[in-house]
Design a protein around this ligand. Sequence first.
Ligand code: AMP
Ligand code: TRP
Length: 339
Amino acid sequence: MTVTTRPRTRIFSGIKPTGHLTLGNYLGAMRRWVEEDQLKADALFCVVDLHALTVEHDPARVRRLSRQAATLLLAAGLDPERCTVFLQSHVDEHTRLSYLLECTATDGEMRRMIQYKEKSARERADSGSVRLSLLTYPVLMAADILAYGTDEVPVGDDQAQHVELTRDLALRFNQRYGRTFAVPKAVHPVVAARVMDLQDPRSKMGKSHASTSGIVYLLDEPEIVRKKIMRAVTDSGDDVVLDREARPGVANLLDVLAACTGARPEDLAGAYRSYGALKKDTAEAVLELLRPVRERHGELCEDPGYVDGVLRAGAERARGLARPTVDAAYAAVGLLSPA
Ligand code: AMP
Ligand code: TRP
């Protein structure tokens, strides 16, 4: 009797080492990678260091942040026995495939990307020019995903448009050259898919925002976390209601508390009579959530050889997985394979 086993779902996601990782990264992406994805699927998680070069950067800082991001992924609970953790620049297949996808995408598609519009405006204002790689960034991201035959891409809401573009490119490539890529879909957390800046609750909590007072970093000292949350901008009025449009500051705190405790934000709204009490409980819940991550990060920093070993083995496995797909794509578009 032949037993046909369905191949395991393939999951891929990535995180940029452009700044210290935040509570938004944790609630929007990393926590799900740890608690669900690595348990249910063949999952790869990548520190996408090449993406950090799309804006002005200091080489020493990128080096430091790449190592820190990888260490934090492990500290948060990614288990190298269950999933693959690696650095993007260690696997050449990403850039190899990216070029073929540049030959699949159009410049109009790139210019329509919301993140490009926002970031290019900021870069132009700050440094007077925009790197070409900022425009082509979503193509490299598509290559990250498509090289692995990925089915699911667990990300925060802000990445939905990039994953949609990745789907379009996969479909277009397959239609032109024959089925080569799996067509992936984005998956987002139910609560806290977009954690907002505590000082500017209409903008996303992003790691490279100019002012850091509205951003909770995973490695902030507990006292700092408490202070940032207690000083969060709330809205006029003093009753706690969930209204994302009119009361974005309070809604953000309710979402964060809900994500930490597993309660529903609408139920929590009814349970509080003052902003002060809501902030206090949110601060304590966030601290409780981050405490084990901080502790484990401290331990892993004592053993950099271990982290290096994980990244080396991860890159080796990733290379082996990506190679056949990327080779097949090269052959499909008409490039001769080296004899
Ligand atoms: P990045 O920091 O842009 O590399 O993002 C890494 C992952 O974290 C992506 O899946 C993002 O969607 C997610 N993420 C980043 N910031 C936030 C946020 N403020 N809220 C929710 N998810 C976020
Ligand atoms: N662009 C993503 C972000 O800014 C990071 C990223 C790069 C990514 N490649 C990826 C996410 C592949 C998921 C899959 O957050």
